[in-house]
Ligand binder design. Structure first.
Ligand code: LLP
Length: 421
């Protein structure tokens, strides 16, 4: 459930009509609902309330400082994958002991930054990384908590670009090698082995892959304990999918996911960490856009809007679907018009969706791309020299610009022309 609903014929974010945001901030613009974010975060917390746990929001899904602050104030931890994300989490007021650091390519500088600022745990993804972290930590006189990410070789049954738990993916160490790697970790200075980490992919719509992966993690945990390791934490990753279409095929709910966690690893007495991103923020955001032209093509009509693939990359990159709706509620039984919704960028890939049924729209009318709160703004760029898309946060009757649209001057000022040119 989200808080984007029609009221008095206009799509609202909570109590704010999207027409008001468009008038004040301009379009395209991302709009997030604080109530939806809060609700989704609490659903995960409730799903794990049978045990000690920390819900670490996957910062990569939406890294706006205001979003992170809201999450952090609710008690969320953060899952970060770069020095930049680490600094964002800190800037949002999240203490280091609630930040876990994931990712296959952490640099020595990033390790140092996180050790200096405080870190709950590093999720190690390879032996070279483990040795580098040991060197960095010992040189700093620190002993850092680590979990090792294992690759359970489980098919997450999701889009191939976002599946991460098969042996041919770059992530984690093969689970078959785990005991050997843990033995080395335990012997290395500067590292304190505390847990096991796993993440099998994103936009999972079936719980079976989780069940399979977590059962393997449970077996491994028992074996590691038998080997003498003090495994007290399990980081089970993120990935629970969201409904991108309003039909009856909704993915499982957090509460059902929590039950799988309990069934598979619940008896181990470990503190549970999870790293949901999309499920918390995906349906808490929309991308608001305005129609520029309606163009009649041969056999099809194009709705050319002011949002483009640089603002919302997912359709071009993954063939992803985002429901597109008119901000002005269509009359019941109104004749619909089939259009291809496209952006202004000079690539055919800049097509959001073909043959969308929309009420007849004209220049200046507003539309919204739903389910755009996750991997939307964070994946935006300035391609075609379109200034970075701004973001707005709504809470009840109020809204605030949480990232302003850069001016053309600001955009140009970042480049420099060398004096010898
Ligand atoms: N933890 C780790 C280690 C991850 O790699 C990811 C996502 C997450 C947690 C959060 O997964 P979530 O709960 O959001 O599914 N850009 C793609 C998604 C990439 C996901 C990468 N890793 C998209 O737009 O679909």
């Amino acid at each position: 459930m989200d808080h984007f609903l029609y009221r008095d014929g206009i799509l609202h974010a909570e109590n704010v009509p999207l027409t008001r945001i468009a008038a004040q901030v301009g379009t395209p613009v991302y709009v997030y609902s604080a109530a939806t974010l809060t609700r989704h975060f609490n659903l995960f917390r409730q799903a794990l309330d049978w045990t000690d746990h920390l819900v670490c929001f996957a910062v990569k899904a939406n890294s706006n400082l205001a979003v992170l602050k809201l999450m952090g104030d609710l008690g969320a931890g953060m899952d970060v994958v770069s020095g930049g994300e680490y600094l964002r989490a800190k800037a949002a007021g999240v203490p280091g002991d609630r930040i876990v650091f994931s990712g296959v390519g952490k640099t020595v500088q990033e390790m140092r930054l996180a050790i200096e600022g405080g870190i709950r745990q590093f999720n190690i993804e390879s032996e070279p990384e483990m040795r580098a972290l040991s060197t960095v930590a010992s040189a700093m006189g620190a002993e850092v908590p680590v979990a090792i990410r294992v690759n359970p070789d489980v098919d997450a049954k999701t889009h191939e670009k976002i599946a991460t738990g098969k042996s041919d993916n770059k992530f984690g160490i093969p689970i078959s090698k785990a005991r050997q790697v843990y033995a080395e970790a335990a012997a290395l200075p500067g590292l304190k082995v505390v847990g096991v980490d796993v993440h099998i992919g994103s936009q999972l719509t079936d719980l079976d892959p989780y069940r399979a992966a977590y059962a393997k993690v449970a077996d491994l945990t028992r074996a590691l304990r038998a080997d003498g390791h003090d495994i007290t934490r399990l980081d089970l990753g993120g990935g629970l999918g969201i409904p991108y279409r309003r039909d009856n095929n909704a993915p499982p709910l957090p509460i059902e996911y929590g039950q799988v966690v309990r069934d598979t690893v619940g008896d181990l007495g470990c503190e549970i960490e999870i790293e949901p991103g999309r499920n918390i923020v995906g349906n808490a955001g929309i991308l608001l856009s305005q129609v520029i032209y309606l163009k009649q093509g041969e056999g099809r009509d194009f709705l050319i809007v002011d949002a483009a693939m640089n603002d919302l990359l997912r359709p071009a990159m993954y063939g992803a679907h985002h429901d597109i709706v008119s901000v002005c509620e269509p009359d019941l039984g109104a004749a619909m018009h089939k259009v291809d919704v496209v952006g202004p960028i000079c690539e055919s890939g800049d097509t959001f969706q073909k043959a969308v049924e929309l009420p007849p729209l004209r220049a200046d009318d507003l539309i919204a791309f739903r389910s755009a709160g996750a991997y939307g703004a964070v994946m935006s760029s300035e391609y075609n020299s379109r200034p970075l898309v701004p973001e707005v946060l709504v809470s009840g009757d109020q809204f605030a610009v949480i990232r302003a649209r850069p001016s053309f001057e600001e955009m140009l000022a970042r480049d420099t022309i060398p004096e010898w040119l």
